[in-house]
Design a protein around this ligand. Structure first.
Ligand SMILES: Nc1ncnc2c1ncn2[C@@H]1O[C@H](COP(=O)(O)OP(=O)(O)OP(=O)(O)O)[C@@H](O)[C@H]1O
Length: 260
């Protein structure tokens, strides 16, 4: 798959929210949010449940029918959700190829590009399978292939790994990291998992009370991001504190060590 390397494009941002507000009834969910996403950067967005993460992602995806403030997205955008959302009556390859229906690609070209995208996620042997025959992890890989096949400039990931078991999730982290290095779309990953954010992202944002309350830049080399790394450990504590979590005991944390 020949994706554009966005880092060579020279534009400042692929997406920008300026003074972006969103309310549901009288409840303000996003308040004057300013956020600029640069080409090729990997952002993780954390926040307590109900803090507005998915609402913000939907604004960037153009899925919000009534945004206010400025939302500028320069380039192609794809979304992958927590549930893979594959059409059960279409085979795997067709599900991926459907993402190209709006473009000029011929049927044959769509099929070839779907094949290439499935190759990237290691699932070419499932091209003619029915979605219901896939495992959860495989279905999520197909969802990633479908998101990537259109060569997006901005890839929006809404908790795509949270329903997977811990080992599959680690595999998915590696895959996403590999795909991101290869094709360098800008990525906005919404997650509840601080370790996932610190494994994958360049920039970690915490949303609170409708605003980006804090932001960290993670400069540790990806291969060196173990929980024991002093900078990772420190940022982790700060992120957890800003989420209102001061003591955490999870086995998932230990498993993540193996992912680094
Ligand atoms: N279509 C809608 N109609 C009414 N209220 C909504 C709608 N969508 C979201 N909300 C409300 O907006 C708030 C933020 O929701 P959102 O899904 O963005 O939060 P979140 O941070 O993604 O939550 P979670 O982590 O639980 O997925 C919540 O209070 C939610 O009830």
């Amino acid at each position: 798959m020949a994706l554009v390397d966005n880092r060579t494009r020279g534009t400042d941002t692929v997406a920008r929210l300026s003074r972006h507000n969103r309310s549901f009834g009288s409840t303000a969910v996003l308040r004057e949010v300013d956020l600029a996403i640069r080409p090729g950067e990997f952002l993780a967005l954390l926040g307590r449940s109900g803090s507005g993460k998915s609402t913000l992602l939907r604004s960037l995806a153009g899925l919000d029918p009534s945004p206010s403030g400025e939302v500028v997205v320069d380039g192609r955008t794809s979304v992958a959700f927590q549930e893979p959302r594959l059409l059960p009556w279409r085979r795997v390859g067709e599900n991926v190829a459907l993402a190209l229906l709006n473009g000029a690609a011929s049927r044959q070209e769509r099929r070839e590009r779907a094949h290439a995208a499935l190759e990237e996620v290691g699932l070419t042997e499932k091209i003619d399978a029915w979605p219901l025959s896939l495992s959860g992890g495989q279905a999520q890989r197909v969802s990633l292939a479908r998101a990537l096949v259109s060569e997006p400039d901005l890839l929006l990931l809404d908790e795509p790994f949270s329903a997977l078991d811990a080992l599959t999730r680690i595999e998915m982290h590696r895959l996403v990291d590999q795909l991101w290095r290869r094709h360098s779309p800008a990525v906005l990953l919404v997650t509840h998992d601080v370790d996932e954010a610190l494994t994958l992202a360049d920039r970690v944002l915490v949303l609170d009370e409708g605003r980006v309350a804090r932001e960290w830049r993670v400069e540790v080399r990806r291969g060196a991001r173990t929980p024991q790394h002093p900078e990772i450990a420190e940022v982790r504590e700060q992120v957890l504190a800003s989420l209102g979590v001061h003591h955490e005991t999870t086995t998932h944390h230990a498993l993540e060590t193996g992912a680094a």
